[in-house]
Design a protein around this ligand. Structure first.
Ligand SMILES: Nc1ncnc2c1ncn2[C@@H]1O[C@H](COP(=O)(O)OP(=O)(O)OP(=O)(O)O)[C@@H](O)[C@H]1O
Ligand SMILES: CC(C)(CO)[C@@H](O)C(=O)NCCC(=O)O
Ligand SMILES: [K+]
Length: 257
């Protein structure tokens, strides 16, 4: 059993994965920049106790982080908690994937692990949508090369900016609107963000497919994928665990498997 860790700008996702590659227990923590490695260790230990995860019995852990301030804290926390090593993913990690860019060292690890997850679980080419703090859309071509992609403001960022920069618009949560052409303000905001996001995803996917000259697999992940994807015109596979799957693959390759 290992613990796979995906540290994003707002939340960090933890998942236990068995020797057979089965993802079992998942929990999320806030990606707080103020905590020390000891505080993180204490939090992780407490949650693991609650979920009956045997930290001492872990073979090791693997971490992808897009928050440099947190990378060492999580790594140290994991090393305090379990005997096995904590592998940190970067563009030189073994992944059986090549990059279109001459210097891939600037490619963020979350983009790498979602691409590895897609390459190992879905037919290529793959277009990968990750709706987190930012929304990213990444392409892996037919030959399995990481091509790059686009970065957009995340749904949460857009909604917060809208409420912050206007006097009359309230802060709301993203939820389905009652109607498309809305007669009340909150519903109009909801319809706007949902149809707007779905439309922008469809638009970029279409441009990518034209460039790839085929449809490929379109895979969406991140908490809001279930909410947004039903409003998209393109067929999308929603896979909540795509990044954990990528982490598992890299862990196996690290072990020479
Ligand atoms: N129901 C909701 N209403 C409003 N905003 C939401 C809702 N669910 C998620 N969000 C926002 O959408 C964004 C994406 O959410 P999600 O929880 O999937 O990503 P995250 O784990 O926070 O992202 P990251 O991986 O970058 O840390 C976040 O900014 C979050 O605040
Ligand atoms: C776009 C995000 C924030 C999405 O999590 C992440 O992939 C990132 O921080 N990318 C930056 C790539 C770089 O390191 O320049
Ligand atoms: K920044």
């Amino acid at each position: 059993m290992i613990l796979a860790i995906d540290c994003g700008n707002t939340h960090t996702v933890f998942g236990t994965i068995t020797k057979e590659g089965e993802i079992q227990k998942i929990f999320r923590m806030e990606s707080s920049r103020r905590k020390t490695s000891y505080e993180y260790a204490a939090d992780i230990a407490q949650i693991c106790q609650l979920l009956e995860i045997d930290l001492q019995g872990l073979e090791g852990s693997i971490l992808s982080s897009v928050v440099p301030e947190l990378t060492t804290s999580y790594q140290k926390a994991m090393e305090l908690l379990c005997k096995g090593k904590c592998v940190v993913v970067n563009s030189s990690s073994p992944m059986n994937m090549s990059f279109a860019m001459a210097d891939p060292s600037g490619v963020a690890p979350d983009l790498i692990i979602s691409a590895v997850g897609a390459k190992n679980n879905y037919p290529l080419p793959a277009i990968i949508i990750d709706m987190g703090t930012a929304t990213t859309i990444t392409v892996v071509n037919k030959e399995g090369v990481f091509m790059g992609g686009v970065i957009l403001p995340g749904v949460g960022i857009s909604m917060n900016a809208l409420a912050k920069e206007t006097s009359l618009l309230p802060s709301i949560d993203v939820a389905p609107a009652k109607t498309l052409i809305s007669t009340d303000t909150v519903d109009a905001m909801r319809a706007g963000i949902i149809y707007g996001t779905a439309g922008s995803l469809d638009g970029i996917v279409e441009h990518f497919q034209e460039e790839l000259q085929e449809e490929g697999s379109v895979i969406a992940t991140g908490g809001l994928a279930h909410l947004i994807c039903p409003y998209c015109k393109h067929k999308m596979i929603v896979d909540d665990n795509l990044l954990l799957k990528g982490l598992w693959k890299i862990w196996q390759l690290e072990q020479g498997k």
